[in-house]
Ligand binder design. Sequence first.
Ligand code: SF4
Length: 330
Amino acid sequence: MVTILDRTNLPTAPPLAPAEEKRARHPEKAHKPDTEVLRKPEWIRVKAPTSKGYHETRELVRSHKLVTVCEEAGCPNIGECWDKKHATFMIMGEICTRACAFCNVATGKPNALDKEEPANVAKAVRQMGLSHVVITSVDRDDLADGGAEHFEKVIWAIREASPETTIEILTPDFLKKPGALERVVAAKPDVFNHNMETVPGNYLTVRPGARYFHSVRLLQRVKELDPTMFTKSGIMVGLGEERNEVLQLMDDLRSADVDFLTIGQYLQPTRKHHKVERFVTPEEFKSYEDIAYTKGFLMVSSSPLTRSSHHAGDDFARLKAAREKLLAKA
Ligand code: SF4
């Protein structure tokens, strides 16, 4: 899953998603002491979303009763992405069964799956004329298959309604859900993304419900099941990780044959979330990018505002071109 926007000191934060106004988003964090909020450097500031395109996308999302991670995670890129009609749809509801320390998606007991959702998502993708779509979901540990069948149905519905649209999925880890991953891979998305989120040393405090090597193995297994499928993963930095830990994580992902790595700055959604330990400079992001390329990733996106679905359509075209170039050399 993704995270994002610091609402703690940003006057230009996007409007709250409707669900956010109705209920406590993070009941499990209510007792936690407030964390210190660092002032954001100038390279991280974003403008309030105001454009006509943004409002059109918002209307479309509302009218199809869709949930987007752009809103639920409070993504800082929403103004830019929605203006260009890029949105990341979040399926299986807006309530997550995990409670990661970085994530702004609401936590609690999820509702039953919406049987109409695959058709509604497919309709919206068609109506928006998307050439590339990113579908993510909340964690659904409450479902026997972790939501694999629902992913499958959404992929099939989009394929049927928009055969030319390429599909990128950003999935949960399907921990203790045997057969779930295989089912999703068999539905043949074009890009399989699963975010590592952070370095292994941070898992207990940042992503306590997940297991680092399970996530690495999941990405490796995708490639074993379908070597032609593009795999992608991302992390946030600024969570207290050391540089050498990031480099080790790159090696771990390369050993799982991951094609595309994204690295972005962690931003703290509220004072109850994990603190931003520091703001990584644009120069450091560039250095991570250079190193990741030398380690063999086909594509790397590393910048303060990089998010796993930011520019995903353009990046998919570049990813394909990079693989073709590599194959031509072989
Ligand atoms: S970067 Fe992704 S999550 Fe953020 S607004 Fe763009 S599409 Fe949505």
